[in-house]
Design a protein around this ligand. Sequence first.
Ligand code: 5AD
Ligand code: SF4
Length: 467
Amino acid sequence: MTVPDAATRKRLFLRTWGCQMNVYDSTRMADVLAPLGYAPVEAPEGADMVILNTCHIREKASEKLFSELGRLREMKREREAAGGGMVLAVAGCVAQAEGAEITRRAPWVDIVLGPQTYHRLPEMVARASRAAGAVIETEMPVEQKFDHLPEQAASQGITAFLTVQEGCDNFCSFCVVPYTRGAEYSRPAAAVVAEARRLVAGGAREITLLGQNVNAYHGEGPGGRAWGLGRLIRELAEIPGLLRLRYTTSHPRDMDDDLVAAHRDIPALMPYLHLPVQSGSDRVLAAMNRGHTAAEFLAVVERLREAQPDLALSSDFIAGHPGETAEDFAQTMALVERVGFALAYSFKYSPRPGTPAAGAPFQVPEAEKDARLQALQTLLRAQQDEFNRSRVGLVAPVLLTGPGRHPGQVAGRSPWLQPVHLAAPLDMVGREVPVRILAAHPNSLSGLLAAAEGAPASLPAEEPAPA
Ligand code: 5AD
Ligand code: SF4
């Protein structure tokens, strides 16, 4: 890739909402545009191109988008008045779901592109400069996207994301993903391994494999046979220099024996798993079309904990799905008590237009949803605090990822995903080092390099020189 010089460089501002896959997509959009001379900048002011990478999973996504577009309209006008220009693009799942609405309400938008078409951005930018109206690309042939992305990628740093699977065929009652991201698709194993090697060559020491339903991965392996996620993880763990692997987001139903065994056999696979359960009630799980019962979820958790007793579990919950009674909700609370989560995300049910649950009878009143969410979050918060406190006193391997908040501090990441703050020289960034955990905070841990433990807390003051 030729690096444009300062005179021809164009400023690209990318704003990303939502999940880690959107974060990954944004880095890939920047990669696609780099050969055209676009280099990322930190703010929209003065940008030659602005891309809003949107998320549609929960409430108010489009309101947020339209208020942002209103602000950008002013900036675009100012740039045009000054003889310049700004290409304005809306990407991601809101673009996919509401493309026509966006061009109608915000005709100053130049490009609307869905998550499966960003490999065509260069062509869209060229067309936008010629076209009178907006260029809209919201088809869903996901294979083509991965085939057309550049091999060259900007470094993502010590921790990196890698999309291995995209889309979903599960059609949970509440979820827009099957409509916005399309049918399930797994990238071939060789393409994933090659991208992982490039990320490691660019400095990555930890890679998180991404997919909306990542453990449904069944990419083509060598010889044409499909590989499951467990097999893929075993292969990736062999890459020299790659210290850690994670994957997200998984479905309980797709947790096969080989993947469970990988948690026992592969030291690089971190003892942390995000496994959304959504509800503890069989009635609600059936209404959600989740394809498993609460007992089946608990059985999966047991198999995982047998394989990896140190596993920290995380999950997603929805409070107030249509038809959820007080008794159903009590069963969710009971499931949480039984499992004990290290981390969890919980949401009030919010209807997404076009999904089956949105039109279902027996919507739960808003006040009831609020009360349930609050009770659930109080319990999950207490479990998270308890988990973090249980780490105090342990010596844990911490991957140092960058400078910390204060001078002399570095930030790292524990095996169980908490950020860790400690005093260490910056040139240790990129290494995994033993750290004694000294304190637990709501969302992080702090500690001391275990190697430095024997050293005195401060050096004795120098003897005054004799007069
Ligand atoms: N309402 C509330 N929460 C939702 N999620 C997905 N769709 C909805 C919705 N309509 C939550 C689920 C999912 C997470 C990413 O977002 O818990 O696992
Ligand atoms: Fe959405 Fe996940 Fe259900 Fe797929 S499995 S429909 S991504 S909630």
